[in-house]
Design a protein around this ligand. Structure first.
Ligand code: F0G
Length: 474
């Protein structure tokens, strides 16, 4: 397999069954009162005029092409072309850059949609579906956006790519930069990244810089560094990340037989994920691929919830702006973020879909994660906010029993094993500073601690008789 794959046959017409190139596109600033537009070929990550967030605007696709897309995409699953085996580039008609050139791909996407009966019972619902982004090459959803951002960066001639990260963006950038043969510079908050994520970045050969401060500090510094163009920024402010990640919505709809779920639920950190999924659904509606939008729910940890607080503040004042949390705290370190850069994009998605954002406690996250494990699936703590949030929304009557719900699990169980082992051994405690006094223990309601047993047949059989499994664990 080549490091940077050159894709053939992508510019053949749709009628030939191969698929057209991408839709023509430009970059547009999302700030009201600015709206500046730029060519896709400009190496811009934020608006050159006002510093606002940019997003890709696709031009209209011809009607006949649109109608054929689902069958073209389905056919590509049988192809061996690198652009077809990627679960991102397969949907290239809705991407802003051409697949007809060098691609930096690790066959990302192609993630499963699982039914989760125990999690559904736990939430009081008939069914829950899990779109498991942990099945990506580096174990998180970041890969779906990174393939696009790194491919674009390499074509623009960038040699040094950079990000601030709580660990997963870092691991993903490190892998894709290694594939492309360019340098990755990663800024992480010292002592706040799980060792599994750190290990990935180190192994993939990135320059890993551990900074004092938190993720928000690292984000501020990396944006300053990228200002003069010497580093190319691949955090989710980069509109190409959003474009890649929006294909998760398309793949989810294919797996749902193009029937739109009532709810799509995601964790919220920097809010790139909600921005991307929302954009994916809005575009599918616009192109006539679906007939309605789902409602979105963005779930945040109580100690790191500026977006959920903003939604609550907007009930009182429609013009309320985000108030950063100066010292965010949560054991779900992936979403330990106080100043999310994409909050305006996220807000727009919730306005378009009538969606919501709520918080869940550390205890709720830990229990939901254990329940997901019992479904044989598992995820990292940040991802489990989804099921904790669904349980709350169902208890409040906001999600009804028979409604269809898809939770997006953003990262793999093995991304944070320290957390999981502590939970099951009764050693997990609330994050420091979350409450006054001694850190409070998190109760292992669904804990499955390891047992010390004598190394004899009789000892083990005796243990197994005493500890017969309880089938109604949840
Ligand atoms: N879940 C996981 C596992 C994550 O790694 C992140 C973000 C999120 C959820 C939140 O997604 O930022 O798009 O709202 N991780 C970033 C990182 C910040 O650096 O890896 P978001």
């Amino acid at each position: 397999m080549t490091e940077v794959s050159r894709s053939a046959s992508v510019s053949a017409p749709v009628s030939a069954g191969k698929g057209a190139g991408p839709a023509a596109a430009k970059l547009r600033c999302i700030e009201e009162g600015c709206g500046a537009t730029y060519s896709i070929e400009e190496a811009l990550v934020v608006c050159a005029r006002c510093g606002g967030l940019l997003e890709v605007e696709l031009h209209a696709l011809p009607g006949p092409v649109r109608r054929l897309l689902p069958s073209v995409w389905a056919e590509r699953r049988a192809s061996l072309d690198p652009a077809d085996t990627s679960g991102v580039w397969r949907y290239r008609e809705l991407l802003p850059i051409s697949a007809d050139g060098p691609l930096v791909t690790l066959r990302e996407g192609n993630t499963p949609l699982y039914e989760a009966p125990r999690a559904a019972r736990y939430c009081g619902l008939d069914q829950i579906w899990l779109k498991h982004q942990g099945a990506n090459p580096t174990g998180s959803f970041k890969d779906t956006g990174m393939t696009l951002a790194v491919t674009h960066a390499v074509r623009l001639g960038a040699r040094t790519l950079a990000c601030a990260s709580t660990g997963n963006t870092a691991a993903s950038l490190a892998a894709y930069a290694a594939r492309a043969g360019v340098r990755a510079v990663i800024l992480v908050p010292h002592g706040q990244v799980s060792s599994a994520k750190l290990a990935q970045s180190l192994d993939y050969g990135a320059s890993v810089l551990e900074l004092e401060g938190n993720f928000d500090t690292a984000m501020r510094v990396v944006r300053e560094l990228a200002e003069d163009g010497s580093l190319y920024l691949v955090n989710s402010v980069n509109p190409m990340r959003v474009e890649g990640q929006k294909t998760v919505a398309i793949e989810m709809m294919e797996q749902c037989g193009w029937r739109v779920p009532d709810y799509v639920v995601v964790p919220g950190g920097n809010l790139g994920n909600i921005s991307a999924l929302g954009k994916g659904f809005v575009e599918m509606l616009r192109w006539g691929l679906i007939d309605r939008l789902p409602q979105f729910a963005v779930i945040q940890a109580e100690g790191a919830a500026p977006f959920a607080h903003l939604l609550a503040a907007q009930q009182r004042n429609a013009n309320a702006e985000i108030e950063p949390v100066a010292d965010p705290r949560t054991l779900a370190t992936a979403i330990r973020i106080g100043a999310p850069v994409s909050w305006k994009r996220g807000l727009r998605v919730l306005a378009e879909t009538g969606g919501t954002s709520i918080t869940v406690s550390e205890q709720e996250i830990a229990d939901a994660k254990a329940i997901l494990g019992r479904d044989g699936i598992g995820c990292e703590p940040a991802s489990a906010t989804t099921v904790a949030g669904i349980r709350r929304l169902a208890a409040d009557g906001r999600i009804r029993k028979g409604e269809t719900v898809v939770a997006v699990l953003t990262g793999h169980l093995l991304k944070d094993v320290e957390y999981t082992v502590k939970y099951h051994s009764g050693r997990l405690t609330e994050p420091e500073g979350a409450a006054a006094g001694e850190p409070k223990s998190i109760l292992g309601a669904f804990a499955n601690p390891p047992a010390r047993v004598p190394a004899t047949r009789a000892g083990i059989l005796g243990y197994l008789r005493r500890d017969a499994p309880n089938s109604s664990a949840e």
